[in-house]
Write a protein that binds this ligand. Structure first.
Ligand code: NAI
Length: 685
């Protein structure tokens, strides 16, 4: 049984032992309810202490039950029973007390925590709100503004913060169970106050508190509904009687569970776990990853070196000369400095990391590294030269990786005598922050080298996604289609502002044109130039004109928009609108009326189509890989589950019809076959 009781004098120690994270499965809920009955019915028991075995307190609901109908006893009934017990319950928290786990603790009469514990209500991240009293009990223990923050953001807090807010009654550094027993012994003779009987703590007095909180959340949530429902639930807790607010919370929870957004967020949750599990890598051991070299200390190299240092990997930075080396090392230092300023790193740790950073202009200093990541200029001859040098100096078994955005990893591998050890590791900027890592498997890449790519992603806490070799890999290849179709809409009569706001309303953090202005139009221009050199036709007439005029974006105060000095606010620019009209008439593009919906479809459907080609060609093997690339690399709204999950909400035949009506896009074979069979992308995961 996952729940057992042992006696310590008059204190019943109720222990949950349900590996790996003591999730609230059916058996745990049943066991807890029985434990309450025993505590109530046994006269020798004066109080109960709730502890968990293993590395954590109850970390939440059981993910295996996510997609199943709920079974009795339901969690609120279990928690109500604990709260109504005639004897005090003390929850002893260690590891993570999250979601339903924290709600159980809120139903107990007291909470004591290990100083390293964390607690939170992350339900909004799964498209839900707490459904077992979290929104009604938390604001009775901690001030309402903090309860709003915790419940609407889903972010956990530390035990220390929890103690300062009143969520836990005592913190200890060790001996949690003994401390909880001792604590319980002091409470046996005191009057029992349940959380529901407490009054709301520090209800807001400002008249605009709720409306301000709502508009703040609307901006942040970008179309996601659960944070707004969560806010409403806390407001109910403050303004209604406990029972009424509790009932409303439950019905809202049950309604959200069925929602499309919750289903998309569950998909994203499971896809994140599935994306690193490749059949071809079963039982394949990864290679060591203790020491790494980074070649090139520019924007990407410095970010990659920082990410490696923060993950505890020894790093040697290689640059082409002393000046560039100094510049690279100071880039690393300033990224770390920024982390200190944001409170993510202590100054001591920052100094320690900087001191361990090896710096050299001599490739021979990489003789002992396990992995070398190249991040030099995006030029095939330069990269091939670097790989030749690496091949000469690296020890046997070391991995040679390139961070190229577009170049052919097979051609880079051919510059070495050991193509089986070569792989692409495509980081996204800023590399120490962005979650996505495309792990590019070239023709000759050995399975254990690929497995090491995934191991690296795990160590860096990134989402690693396998990609085959093609121009732009998965993400940038789809990005190209995104940009092309956004530009096409301009020729049809749209404006940059209109297209950008339609995509923001879809849930993207920025529209395509704002994004290009931020990143700089020159990078894409160089790629178009390279493609045209290879004889590839790239249609981007307005982008080309902007670049001719050196309107490279924010850094020039002019791009798709104009910017006033020192401001990043995009302002519509008549010069750009005129230029768009000129190009439209030059290319005889017919005017079309567009609204948000038609703009979104005109951009997203061709992206889905490109993703289907990517699947057809085996560049990605499962639609969920594309979902993860889009969410973690390009800001695709997580609550839509990613590009292919969204595609399933449209349906293959609708997609095919729309694409067929548009002569510019040839539908991919995969869309055609799904439309014929009535299949879905989810079936292919
Ligand atoms: P960058 O121009 O900022 O940095 C390149 C660095 O490489 C410079 O510091 C240069 O001194 C150094 N370098 C050049 N040749 C070298 C050599 N032979 N030995 C040692 N160091 C050498 O360029 P950035 O933006 O960091 O890009 C680097 C690579 O990362 C490129 O392949 C790029 O396509 C790729 N990439 C860039 C992204 C971005 O957002 N900037 C995103 C993902 C990949």
């Amino acid at each position: 049984m996952p729940v057992s009781i042992k006696m310590h004098e008059s204190i019943a120690v109720v222990q949950i032992d349900h590996p790996p994270v003591n999730a609230l499965s059916h058996a745990v809920r049943t066991g807890l309810l029985r434990a309450v009955e025993t505590v109530n019915a046994t006269p020798e028991i004066a109080a109960a202490v709730l502890v968990c075995a293993g590395r954590t307190f109850i970390a939440g609901a059981d993910v295996r039950e996510f997609n199943q109908p709920a079974r009795e006893p339901h969690l609120p009934d279990v928690i109500d029973a604990i709260e109504a017990c005639s004897k005090p319950w003390v929850a002893a928290l260690h590891g993570n007390a999250l979601g339903g786990g924290l709600e159980v603790a809120l139903g107990c009469h007291y909470r004591i925590a290990l100083s390293s514990a964390r607690m939170g209500l992350p339900e909004v991240t799964l498209g839900l709100i707490p459904g077992a009293g979290g929104t009604v009990r938390l604001p009775r223990l901690i001030p309402v503004p903090q309860a709003v923050e915790m419940i609407t953001s889903g972010k956990p807090i530390s035990a220390k913060e929890a103690a300062s807010l009143g969520l836990v009654d005592q913190i200890v550094d060790d001996e949690l169970e003994n401390a909880a027993i001792a604590f319980a012994q002091t409470r046996t003779s005191q009057p029992l106050v349940s959380t529901r009987d407490r009054s709301i703590k520090d209800a807001p007095t400002e008249p605009d508190f709720w409306s301000h909180a709502k508009s703040r959340l609307e901006r942040k949530a970008r179309g996601q509904i659960s944070p707004l429902y969560a806010l409403e639930a806390v407001k109910n807790a403050v303004t209604l009687a406990f029972e009424d607010a509790y009932a409303k919370e439950r019905s809202c929870f049950l309604e959200l569970r069925q929602s499309d957004q919750a289903s998309a967020l569950r998909h994203a949750f499971f896809a994140e776990r599935a994306v690193g599990r490749l059949d071809s890598l079963k039982d394949v051991q990864s290679r060591p990853l203790d020491a790494a070299g980074v070649i090139g200390g520019g924007t990407m190299g410095a970010g990659i070196a920082t990410a490696l240092l923060l993950a505890g990997i020894r790093v040697t930075l290689v640059e082409r000369d002393e000046d560039s080396l100094k510049a690279g090392a100071s880039r690393v230092a300033s990224i770390l400095e920024a982390s200190v300023k944001r409170g993510l790193l202590t100054p001591d740790r920052q100094r320690e990391l900087i001191e361990t950073l090896g710096q050299t202009t001599t490739y021979e200093d990489l003789a002992n590294v396990d992995l070398a990541i190249e991040a030099v200029f995006e030029s095939m001859p330069v990269k091939q030269e670097v790989f030749k040098r690496l091949d000469q100096v690296l020890k046997p078994g070391a991995i040679l990786a390139t961070n190229t955005s577009y170049l052919d990893v097979n051609a880079i591998a051919r510059a070495t005598q050991r193509p089986t050890d070569v792989i692409g590791l495509h980081f996204f900027s800023p590399a120490h922050i962005m979650k996505l890592l495309e792990i590019v498997e070239a023709d000759a890449t050995a399975p254990d080298v690929l497995a090491t790519g995934f191991e690296l992603a795990r160590k860096l806490r990134k989402v690693g996604i396998r990609s085959g070799v093609c121009d732009g890999f998965i993400g940038n290849r789809i990005l190209k289609v995104y940009r092309q179709n956004a530009e096409r809409l301009l020729l049809e009569g749209g404006t940059p502002a209109q297209v950008d706001s339609a995509m923001r309303r879809f849930g993207m953090p920025m529209g395509p044109f704002e994004m290009q202005d931020l990143a700089g139009l020159d990078i894409a221009a160089a790629q178009r130039h390279a493609a045209r050199e290879k004889g590839i036709n790239v249609f981007a007439p307005v982008s080309d004109r902007l670049c001719e005029k050196k309107r490279f974006g924010q850094k020039c105060n002019a791009g798709w928009y104009r910017y006033e000095d020192n401001s990043r606010t995009p302002l519509e620019d008549d010069e750009v609108l005129k230029l768009i009209r000129e190009e439209a008439s030059q290319h005889h593009v017919a005017h079309k009326a567009h609204d948000d919906n038609s703009i979104q479809r005109a951009i997203l459907f061709p992206m889905i189509n490109e993703a289907c080609f990517i699947l057809d060609e085996g560049i990605a093997t499962r639609p969920l890989e594309i979902d993860m690339v889009e969410i973690h690399g390009y800001g695709f709204p997580r609550w839509r589950g990613g590009l292919m999950h969204y595609a399933d909400t449209i349906g293959a035949s609708t997609l095919l019809d729309a694409l067929g009506a548009d002569q510019a896009t040839e539908p991919a074979p995969l869309i055609k076959s799904l439309a014929k069979t009535g299949g879905t992308f989810a079936d292919l995961n």
